[in-house]
Each structure stands twice: as structure tokens, then as C-alpha cells.
Design a protein around this ligand. Structure first.
Ligand code: HEC
Ligand code: HEC
Ligand code: HEC
Ligand code: HEC
Ligand code: HEC
Length: 368
């Protein structure tokens, strides 16, 4: 599977030239090599990593620099600094980094990045033997873990509203943490429950770079469908047949079970906030910090409600844990592939925990 070796000289050329001057000046490379190289540049250009207009690379433009705690994943020089590939200390960003700096060739193709084999998740768990997946794992692990939630809620009664609590956001694109399941502790784990470990899947599709084209970041479905026959779309894939979301329908993909359970959890979060915490809540999709007070009680968050001063502020530990796990599932749209059992467990247990206070019919719900 490793296509890297035959193209070593190209990767070396990439490193010495820097990306901007790449294709036209790599005269030493053979024609076929040049074609391959320009194909890679083209592929990368279409990827989200190269999207100059994205919020991921422009969010800090008003400040003029990306601060140290954001730069590792949102600016190429920040990532190089984090890896220590610029001669600085590894594992920390030493300086604010350039704005408008997308994740280019030099992010993943320095000697340091090539040699990198491990990454540390927000839970503190270190993953080894990552090879080409190490760079992906660093940036796609999120910024919080279930441990963050435990620490924030310790010592507060489960159903007591506390001004010391605020929503904890796991961050975005958290595939690498979700893939590790219970061992990575991306989600909040309820005491006494056990959680599925890393989703190993099958040998040809068990790492980021095995499934995602590293340059486009896209997943080529044909390879998947040689095993998963009879489905049109990847989201229709299903290998386990229990009814996890209680809708008595197991004819659709495992993704439909995750979405179904996610919607049930949302309803329970709303019921709990209204009846137990005493203040109605709603989710403002795409607006930080996501959970807002449903001031008019219509069950949805309108534009006027999705504003920071109206952020939800009646958190109890029980509500925060469920809302945190709700967001974990929301912020890995590929969770149905990365680790379906783990997210189903997180959603199931969150719902079960809320059912101690509000009415939820758990009878129909299987836990994987
Ligand atoms: C560990 C890596 C990492 C760190 C550190 C990090 N981010 Fe991110 N962030 C990401 C990734 C990955 C995405 C894109 C996920 C996707 O689009 O799938 C993202 C996306 C975002 C987005 C776009 C969200 C959206 O809805 O499109 C914003 C805004 C953002 N981050 C802000 C921040 C801020 C502010 C900080 C520092 C306080 C920060 N990030 C630190 C990894 C990180
Ligand atoms: C997000 C990280 C990342 C970025 C950005 C990136 N690469 Fe790569 N690249 C990789 C990884 C990982 C591999 C090894 C792929 C494998 O093992 O299958 C690779 C492989 C290669 C190869 C070897 C040939 C191949 O297809 O495997 C070349 C050449 C290359 N990259 C050039 C580039 C160039 C040029 C750019 C910028 C336009 C770039 N890369 C941007 C991660 C990246
Ligand atoms: C330096 C940090 C960094 C590295 C390294 C990195 N990514 Fe990303 N990735 C991001 C950010 C930031 C975004 C969001 C870009 C945007 O909003 O346009 C992103 C977006 C993505 C997306 C698309 C998400 C979406 O919302 O559509 C995929 C898939 C992805 N990355 C996979 C990978 C893989 C696979 C690797 C390793 C080969 C990798 N990434 C390496 C930071 C990184
Ligand atoms: C078994 C194959 C497989 C593995 C392994 C895998 N992914 Fe994915 N990933 C997918 C599929 C399929 C999707 C959904 C993509 C889609 O719908 O376009 C996805 C989605 C994503 C997304 C979200 C894209 C979006 O639309 O927001 C990111 C980010 C991502 N993967 C990164 C990674 C990283 C980083 C790794 C390694 C830690 C990884 N993936 C491992 C198959 C895989
Ligand atoms: C070599 C055959 C093979 C290939 C190739 C393959 N898979 Fe799988 N897939 C399996 C098997 C076997 C399972 C069941 C694994 C388990 O549950 O431990 C599975 C499970 C899954 C599941 C979880 C289904 C459920 O109900 O829990 C998803 C989603 C999935 N694969 C998606 C993909 C995607 C996307 C790709 C391509 C990137 C892919 N698979 C490639 C054999 C394959």
C-alpha cells in the first residue's frame, strides 16, 4: 500500500524547492515524475487544506496573526513550529503564526514530518506507530476530551445548576480521536460503562491515508464497494443489524442509526433543560458556543437567539456531559466509518443518563 518509496526523489524535491515554485522548476525530475507531481499539486489545490477562503485560515485576519494555541493546526508556519521542524522546541508553538497560511506541501513534507511516528491526543494518550498518519492525527484530534468534562464537573451535584459550568466544545474534524474509541477518550465516558476500542476495520482500510487520498483528502468509494456490495452510497453501508435508535427500521446504513439516536438525544437534552435545569435550550448549528437559551421557547434557535450573550448558562453536570457527547457526534461527520460503535455508545449512555430525570423510552434501544 505504501506508494511513498518510488516517489522519494519527488518528495525530496518538494522539500528543497518549497511549494510555490514546484512544478515548473523541478527540471531534474523525469517527465513522468513531473506529471505525477503536477497531478499532486492539482489534487491538493482542490482540497480543503488549500482553501484560502475558509474560516480555518481567515478567522484571525482581524488580529493579524494566529495565536500560539491555535496556530499548530491553522497555519503552515504554526504547524512547522509545533513539529520543531524550524529548529524550535517540538510539541509547542513558540510564536504567533501567519494568517492566510493554508496547509501546504511544506506542512507534511519536511524531514521532521516524514520521521514523525506518534501523536498525543487531548486526553494525554500517546499513539505510536502512526507513520504517514501522524500529521493527520495531530490536527484532527480535537481540543478537549471526556477528561476535560470530568474535571469541570467534579464536586458539583448532578442536577444542580452551576455558574461555574460553561459548554465545553470538543472542536472540529475530530476523526483521529473518535477512531481510537474508548482508548482515546474523546467522548465523556459514564462510570461503569465500557467503550469500544479503536475501530480496526480491515487491513486495507484501517488508517487515515489508507482511506483518504492525502492530497485531495477525499475517499474513493470504489475500493470500499468491492467489499460493501449492494449499496449506492457510503452512508448506506451497514454491517450490524440491531435497532440502535429505536425506530424499528434497520434497512438503512449505520449512519441512519447514529443520526436517529442523535436526534433522540437532542429531544432529551431539551426536555431536561426545560424541566430540570429550568431554562429551555437549543442548538445553534454552526454558531459558537452552539448551545443557546431558547428564549421564545419555540424549540429552535433563531438568528436572534444564536448570539454569544444568549449562550446557554444554566448548565448542570448531567446536562453538560450529554451536550458534550452530542457535539462529539456532530463534529465527526465521518464517525459512522471512523468508529460507529463508539459514537453509538456515547449517544446511548448520554440518553440513558438523562432518562434518570426525564421520560425516555430506553426499551427499544440496543447498545452496541
Ligand atoms: C489540534 C488542532 C487544532 C487546534 C489547536 C485548533 N484547531 Fe480549530 N480546527 C481544527 C480543525 C482540524 C478544523 C477543521 C475541521 C473540519 O473542517 O473538518 C478546525 C476548524 C476551526 C474553525 C472553523 C469552524 C467551522 O465551523 O468551520 C474555527 C473558527 C476554529 N477552528 C477556531 C480555532 C481557534 C480559535 C483555536 C485556538 C483557540 C483553534 N481553532 C485551535 C483543528 C484545530
Ligand atoms: C496533509 C499532509 C500533506 C500535504 C498537505 C501534502 N502531502 Fe504529499 N503526501 C502526504 C503523505 C502522508 C504522503 C504519503 C502517502 C502514502 O503513504 O500513501 C504523501 C505523498 C507525497 C508524494 C509521494 C507520491 C505519492 O503519491 O504517494 C509526493 C510527491 C507528494 N506527497 C507531494 C506533495 C506536494 C507537491 C504537496 C503540495 C502540493 C503535498 N504533497 C502536500 C501528505 C501530504
Ligand atoms: C496542520 C493541520 C492539519 C494537518 C496536518 C491535516 N489536516 Fe486535515 N484539515 C485541517 C484543517 C484546518 C481543515 C479544514 C480546512 C478548511 O476548512 O478548508 C482540514 C480538513 C480536512 C478534511 C475535510 C474536512 C471537511 O470539513 O470537509 C479532511 C477529510 C482532512 N482534513 C483529512 C486529513 C488527512 C487525511 C490528513 C493527513 C494526511 C490531514 N487532514 C492533515 C488541518 C490539518
Ligand atoms: C475506513 C476508512 C476511513 C478511515 C480509516 C478514516 N476515514 Fe475519515 N472519513 C471516511 C469517510 C468515508 C468519511 C465521510 C466522507 C464523506 O462523506 O465524504 C470520512 C470523513 C472524514 C472527515 C470529515 C469530512 C467532512 O465531511 O467533514 C475528516 C476530517 C476525516 N475523515 C479525517 C480522517 C482522519 C484524520 C483519519 C485518521 C485518523 C481518518 N479520517 C480515517 C473514511 C475513513
Ligand atoms: C476488505 C473488505 C472491506 C473493505 C475494502 C472496506 N470494508 Fe468496511 N467493513 C468491512 C467489514 C468486514 C466490516 C465489519 C467490521 C467490524 O465490525 O469489525 C466493515 C465495517 C464497515 C462499516 C461499519 C458498518 C456497521 O454497521 O458498523 C462502515 C461504515 C464501513 N465498513 C465503511 C467502509 C468504507 C467507507 C470503506 C472504504 C474506505 C470500507 N468500508 C472498505 C469490510 C471492508
Amino acid at each position: 500500500m505504501n506508494k511513498f518509496r518510488p516517489f522519494r526523489f519527488l518528495a525530496a524535491a518538494v522539500m528543497s524547492l518549497g511549494c510555490a515554485a514546484l512544478a515548473p522548476t523541478a527540471t531534474a525530475a523525469e517527465d513522468t515524475g513531473l506529471d505525477a507531481l503536477s497531478a499532486i499539486v492539482e489534487a491538493w489545490r482542490t482540497s480543503p487544506h488549500a482553501d484560502h477562503g475558509s474560516l480555518s485560515f481567515t478567522y484571525w485576519n482581524k488580529d493579524g496573526a494566529v495565536p500560539e494555541n491555535c496556530a499548530a493546526c491553522h497555519s503552515e508556519p504554526g504547524f512547522i513550529d509545533f513539529l520543531g521542524a524550524d529548529g524550535s522546541e517540538a510539541g509547542i508553538v513558540n510564536h504567533p503564526a501567519a494568517i492566510n497560511s493554508v496547509i501546504g506541501c511544506a506542512s507534511c513534507h519536511t524531514e521532521t514530518a516524514h520521521a514523525l511516528d506518534s501523536a498525543v491526543l487531548p486526553s494525554g494518550v500517546t499513539l505510536e506507530g502512526l507513520g504517514g498518519n501522524a500529521t493527520c492525527t495531530i490536527c484532527h484530534a480535537g481540543r478537549a476530551s471526556g477528561d476535560t468534562v470530568s474535571a469541570a464537573t467534579t464536586g458539583i451535584e448532578e442536577d444542580t445548576v452551576s455558574p461555574d459550568l460553561a459548554f465545553i466544545n470538543v472542536h472540529y474534524g475530530i476523526a483521529a480521536a473518535v477512531m481510537q474509541g474508548g482508548e482515546g477518550r474523546a467522548g465523556f465516558h459514564y462510570p461503569g460503562k465500557s467503550y469500544a476500542g479503536p475501530f480496526l476495520h480491515v487491513r486495507d482500510a484501517d488508517t487515515c491515508v489508507a482511506c483518504h487520498d492525502v492530497h485531495t483528502t477525499k475517499v474513493e468509494p470504489d475500493g470500499c464497494l468491492t467489499c460493501h456490495r449492494g449499496v449506492e452510497e457510503l452512508v448506506d453501508i451497514r454491517m450490524r443489524h440491531d435497532d440502535f435508535d429505536g425506530d424499528a427500521d434497520n434497512s438503512k446504513g449505520i449512519q441512519s442509526e447514529i443520526l436517529g439516536l442523535h436526534a433522540r438525544l437532542y429531544a432529551a437534552i431539551q426536555a431536561y433543560a426545560r424541566d430540570v435545569a429550568g431554562t429551555p435550550i437549543g442548538y445553534g448549528k454552526g454558531t459558537f458556543p452552539y448551545f443557546f437559551t431558547d428564549t421564545n421557547g419555540d424549540g429552535t434557535i433563531g438568528e436572534d437567539e444564536a448570539v454569544f450573550p444568549n449562550r446557554y448558562q444554566s448548565w448542570t453536570p448531567r446536562l453538560l456531559k450529554a451536550a458534550y457527547n452530542y457535539q462529539v457526534a456532530a463534529k465527526d461527520p465521518g464517525a459512522y466509518v471512523h468508529n460507529p460503535a463508539y459514537v453509538l455508545q456515547l449517544l446511548h449512555d448520554s440518553l440513558e443518563n438523562l432518562s434518570e430525570q426525564v421520560s425516555v423510552d430506553m426499551q427499544a434501544l440496543s447498545r452496541p
